[in-house]
Design a protein around this ligand. Structure first.
Ligand code: KIV
Ligand code: ZN
Length: 498
């Protein structure tokens, strides 16, 4: 198929070369099984000559009966190729450095010696009946005439595919297009591209190589890999499907699950704004965007999140408008009145302006407390002022000014802490209306961090045994407690009035 692109996944090999990442054979197998479900054509399972564990891992992946071709990496030396062959893979990926900097400074050999070793290694691999993919390492910094000689020799010796690695990620989409066109001009075997992300161009360069005629892309899940990583599978595949009109065997709906497995087993976190698999890739916060996606998701989404196994997220925050907050609340089964919604939005924006990252859970807590607060015209009690003093060497004291049926009263009390003192001051002010006992007091930090919204739940009982509970939610614990107490008293007094 002329528009079919093969996906060669190297998460288990180049991806494992991410600094700090090591995978056990069991973990490699778990990832390989998921990559196979995802539909990759080739799984590069590892570098068997590197260690016994690596050899065991490649062997286990090879024996797992997966649909994908299982590939083992080998330097162009007999020992590495022998180690690879012992794993019984479907193919062997043989590589040899070809750039001047590698040949002169690292290997200290001539072009002729390099050609001899490449020929010997491919010949050896093919003589043992394996599919051989050959990579001239650091191809993109290799003298072009020499690179062409290498590729022609590799094809003549029997290499089944030639992969062009941009080992240090120095290509641009234009130079990659030119290079692949040049190589296509001298060989007939399928050409592959392998791009690193040192300048953030790995995906663009991969796509450009494919536009120039490469038919296979080396990629890793979540773009993990050496240094700045490799071209990300999810980005390359989605761009191929949706922007370039190409086909792959990838079942895009399994992309997110695969990404999460790789994140969990490698321990490499995914940046929130990472395309396709990042937390924010389908999250909308700004009021304009939220209103748009609620009316028609296509207004601010290039494709539906379900396509890659995800769901749209409406996020709270100071940019969120009424629509966003209403949607979040409806999802939690809360339907505030217009007046209440206005207050909730106001409180969310206030928090955002103070630099707090407001979460959905915060919004729900704020909404529950506001929905329990009676409208101003029905309020019997209303907090006008609160001042607390606390610390070492002072007795915690609270002064409260409360309006009771429109008339202001002030009281000060001490307590074991500022919350205790404030609740006592409120009880003092209302003692002529009701004598209440605090039967229960519960405080929960809704989200993590010292700036978390605290939700306080109180249960109070009056002298007649009537019991009510109410809640308050503020980023200030004292304010949350006072709000909960006043909400409870308003409930109690208005019930008694009826
Ligand atoms: O980046 C690279 O050059 C490689 C080779 C082993 C192909 O990963
Ligand atoms: Zn690489």
């Amino acid at each position: 198929m002329s528009n079919y692109v093969r996906i060669f996944d190297t998460t288990l090999r180049d991806g494992e070369q991410t600094p700090g990442v090591t995978l056990t054979p069991e973990q490699k197998l778990e990832i390989a099984v998921q990559l196979d479900r995802l539909g990759v054509d080739v799984i590069e399972a590892g570098f068997p000559a590197a260690s016994m564990g690596e050899m065991e891992a490649v062997k286990r992946v090879s024996e797992a009966g997966l649909r994908a071709e299982i590939c083992a990496l080998a330097r162009a030396v007999k020992e590495d190729i022998d180690a690879a062959m012992k794993c019984d893979p479907g193919s062997i990926h043989v590589f040899f450095s070809t750039s001047d900097v590698h040949l002169r400074s690292v290997l200290k050999i001539s072009y002729e010696e390099a050609l001899r070793r490449i020929e010997e290694a491919i010949d050896y691999t093919k003589a043992h009946g394996f599919i051989c993919e050959f990579s001239p390492m650091d191809a993109t910094r290799t003298n072009l005439d020499f690179l062409k000689r290498v590729c022609v020799l590799a094809e003549e010796t029997g290499a089944d595919r030639i992969n062009i690695p941009d080992t240090v990620g120095i290509m641009t989409p234009r130079s990659m297009h030119e290079l692949i066109s040049e190589i296509r001009g001298v060989v007939n075997v399928p050409i592959s591209v392998h791009c690193h992300n040192d300048f953030g161009l790995a995906v663009a360069n991969t796509l450009s190589g494919i536009e120039a005629g490469a038919v296979q892309a080396h990629v890793t899940m979540n773009g993990i890999g050496e240094r700045a990583g490799n071209a990300a599978l999810e980005e390359v595949v989605l761009a191929l499907h949706l922007l370039f009109g190409k086909k792959t065997k990838i079942d895009a709906s399994k992309i997110y699950a695969t990404s999460q497995i790789v994140r969990r087993l490698t321990g490499v976190p995914i940046q929130p704004h990472k395309p396709i698999v990042g937390d924010n890739a389908f999250a909308h916060e700004s009021g304009i965007h939220v209103r748009g996606v609620v009316m028609d998701p296509a207004s601010f989404e290039p494709f539906k999140p379900e396509l890659v196994g995800r769901v749209r997220k409406i996020v709270a925050g100071k940019h969120a408008g009424r629509h966003g907050i209403k949607t979040i609340l409806e999802e939690s089964g809360l339907t505030p009145t217009e007046q209440q919604l206005e207050k909730i939005v106001e409180r969310v924006k206030e928090l955002g302006d103070k630099g707090k990252a407001v979460t959905d859970t915060d919004v729900v807590a704020i909404a529950r407390s506001i929905m329990e607060t009676p409208p101003s015209e029905k309020k019997i009690l209303d907090l006008k002022e609160l001042a607390v003093m606390t610390g070492t060497g002072v007795i915690p004291t609270s002064s409260v000014r409360l309006s009771v049926r429109g008339k202001d009263y002030v009281a000060s009390e001490t307590g074991v802490g500022p919350v205790d003192a404030s609740l006592k001051a409120i009880q003092r002010i209302i003692q002529n209306l009701a004598r209440v006992n605090l039967k229960e007091f519960r405080i929960e930090a809704v989200t993590g961090g010292s700036d978390a919204v605290a939700e306080v739940i109180v249960k109070v009982e009056d002298e007649g045994g009537r019991m009510v509970s109410a809640r308050g939610a503020r980023e200030d614990i004292v304010m949350a407690s006072v709000e909960a107490m006043i909400n409870a008293l308003n409930k109690l007094l208005s019930e008694r009035a009826t």
